[in-house]
Unconditional design. Structure first.
Length: 243
């Protein structure tokens, strides 16, 4: 019995000594960082600087998830994966973003309290930087709606220039039909309920009846059950105002 407990005690002491050696600051330090990515080589040093800044331990204790999250906050980096390479190296794999979106979050008084750039997936093809607006803390939900809209509108040739969800849940978007003209916009009123279904309805009607008159469209109200209302742009030459 005494031999058994003596052996356990010795093993415990050995484990403590090993842990002390492994975890003690100054031992097994990270000495090299290797970056693997399709991004321009000039950006590699920027990635390395961010990694060095976020190393808060040695080879065994460094927080790899924390480094990944720090990198993914940087405009232009969509996804980062960090791995240990024995004995003193980190391997950083970076998937660059090909497009950005601008997020603006408001508090209950309508004051802007959040503003940031969002890295969009390389699968998303855009020619404009979409502006996403909503209540603070709703960034993820508004971004998901934007991605759903972008996918649905792909067949129409239209791009989402802005998407807003009001404090009461109302959705509205501006879609752009000419990337060379910032004012070439159509307002879509989507209401509070089933906005994705309403975008699908708009896509069907646009491809069937509206695409040849796209430059004349000003606003499409999709808040009707099973229908929509179209407002057309008024030509200056045809406008008559009674005073």
């Amino acid at each position: 019995m005494f031999v058994y407990f003596g052996t356990l005690l010795i093993l415990g002491v050995v484990m403590v000594l090993i842990a002390d050696v492994l975890l003690r600051p100054g031992n097994f330090t990270i000495e090299r960082i290797t970056v693997v990515s399709d991004m321009p080589s000039k950006d590699y040093k920027r990635v390395q600087r961010i990694v060095w800044k976020n190393i808060n331990g040695n080879y065994f204790t460094v927080d790899l998830g924390g480094i990944e999250r720090a990198l993914e906050q940087v405009p232009g980096i969509y996804q980062a994966t960090v791995r240990r390479i024995w004995p003193d190296r980190l391997r950083v794999m970076v998937r660059p973003a090909t497009a950005l979106a601008e997020w603006q979050g408001f508090n209950q008084h309508g004051d802007p309290v959040e503003r940031t750039l969002i890295n969009l997936s390389p699968d998303v093809r855009v020619t404009v930087v979409p502006r996403l607006v909503g209540s603070a803390g709703r960034q993820r939900q508004v971004l998901k709606m934007y991605l759903d809209m972008a996918k649905l509108l792909h067949s129409t040739g239209l791009e989402v220039a802005s998407l807003r969800q009001s404090a009461n849940g109302e959705w509205r978007a501006e879609v752009q039909f000419d990337s060379d003209r910032p004012d070439a916009l159509i307002m879509l009123l989507l209401g509070r309920h089933h906005p994705v279904s309403r975008v699908k309805r708009f896509t069907r009607v646009f491809n069937l009846a509206l695409n040849e008159r796209v430059s004349e469209l000003a606003r499409v109200d999709l808040r009707y059950e099973g229908g929509l209302a179209v407002s057309w742009r008024v030509r200056a030459s045809a406008t008559h105002v009674k005073s």
